[in-house]
Design a protein around this ligand. Structure first.
Ligand code: AMP
Ligand code: MG
Length: 344
């Protein structure tokens, strides 16, 4: 072969190789890189009714659709074991067999334990044995009425978190006969925490779970600013009174406008003072910001029961807890929040 022929063939091979390389790059760009980038940008936002409230989950980034699905599955599963209105739930078993030891999952045991601890911390303002009293008021069943004093006294006699026995080794719990366990003041936050934990394991860039005001976030907004959460005006819940920035934390609000009925011209709401058996009077709403949603949830209920002065003292002495307390004629914003909330 002449050297000319060899050169021509050589150039042809090089040209073909370059063409192949170019084609591969192009195909790689369209079939691997572009879909990958699209994945990165994907935002999945889904709502579902859980625990009687609309639960919103937003996740940004790779695999977001799958992670949202998994987060809902975890939360749905937990609701099934923690709600006392689900016949087959673990809490229903504890209630149905009150007086006897009942085996429960480590997760349920953990939440009951946390409920007891917050009972201790708040000297019983938060009490997860409040179920019988709630039943009399019809919260849960929907048959709302103001109970008579005798019935109320009987129900109140079954309320005492100190009577709950927990056997960690055997994974079981026992409540006295007649007592009704109700995790309504803490379970929502706990469920949100578990959804958030799953998303954290999935290494999501950013997310927000909002279960009717029990909110937990990961990361920051796409513009690298903290998430913003609105605090409602308890007198006009469609109005936002403050905006607070939220960075990898949780915020929970308890309010007298969330669940209530009107009888004899009065509003009877769902947050009960375990000392009296009546809806706690004094505050209209309590917003708590904390590291985890379960603790924030329980504390928002407890602070609501304690009222302005004692509630404020509890927020002040709790490490890493901030709060906004609103009464008829007063507002208190804890020092750690005062400088960052924006009034609307
Ligand atoms: P939250 O909306 O988080 O303030 O919780 C209110 C729910 O907690 C009610 O619907 C009840 O299920 C439950 N609850 C009411 N009063 C108390 C209380 N004093 N301690 C613990 N749980 C309570
Ligand atoms: Mg609560």
């Amino acid at each position: 072969m002449s050297s000319k022929g060899f050169d021509r063939k050589h150039s042809l091979v090089i040209a073909l190789a370059l063409l192949g390389l170019g084609l591969a790059t192009l195909l790689g760009y369209y079939f691997i890189y572009v879909p990958h980038m699209k994945e990165e940008e994907t935002i999945t936002q889904t709502s579902m009714i859980l625990m009687d409230t609309v639960v919103d989950v937003r996740v940004d980034g790779r695999g977001s659709a799958d992670l949202v699905k998994k987060a809902f599955a975890v939360m749905e599963g937990l609701e099934k074991s923690l709600s006392r209105f689900e016949e087959e739930s673990e809490v229903s078993k504890v209630n149905d067999q009150a007086g006897a030891w009942v085996k429960v999952s480590p997760t349920t045991l953990k939440l009951i334990q946390l409920g007891i601890e917050i009972g201790e911390k708040t000297e019983g303002a938060f009490d997860i044995t409040i179920g019988a009293v709630l039943d009399l008021w019809g919260f849960g069943t929907g048959r709302h009425q103001v109970p008579d004093d005798e019935e109320l006294a009987q129900a109140l006699a079954t309320v005492d978190y100190r009577q709950i026995e927990v056997d960690q080794t055997k994974g079981q719990v026992r409540i006295p006969a007649g007592t009704v366990l109700d995790l309504g003041g803490i379970a929502k936050g706990f469920i949100v925490d578990n959804g958030t934990a799953l998303l954290r394991q999935g290494k999501v860039q950013r997310s927000i779970i909002n279960a009717g005001g029990d909110i937990s976030v990961i990361g920051r907004r796409p513009d690298n600013e903290p998430w913003r959460v609105g605090v409602q005006d308890p007198d006009l819940p469609s109005d936002i009174r403050w905006i607070l920035p939220l960075d990898n934390r949780s915020v929970v609000t308890s309010g007298d406008y969330q669940r209530y009925f009107i009888q004899d011209g009065q509003r009877w709401h769902h947050i009960i003072d375990p000392k009296t058996g009546y809806p706690a009077r004094g505050l209209k709403s309590v917003t708590i910001v904390g590291g985890d949603a379960a603790t924030s949830d329980a504390l928002s209920t407890a602070v609501f029961v304690l009222g302005m002065e004692e509630g404020r003292a509890l927020v002040e002495k709790s490490p890493n807890i901030e709060g906004i307390l609103i009464s008829e004629d007063d507002v208190w914003i804890s020092p750690g929040l005062a400088s960052v909330v924006v009034a609307q």
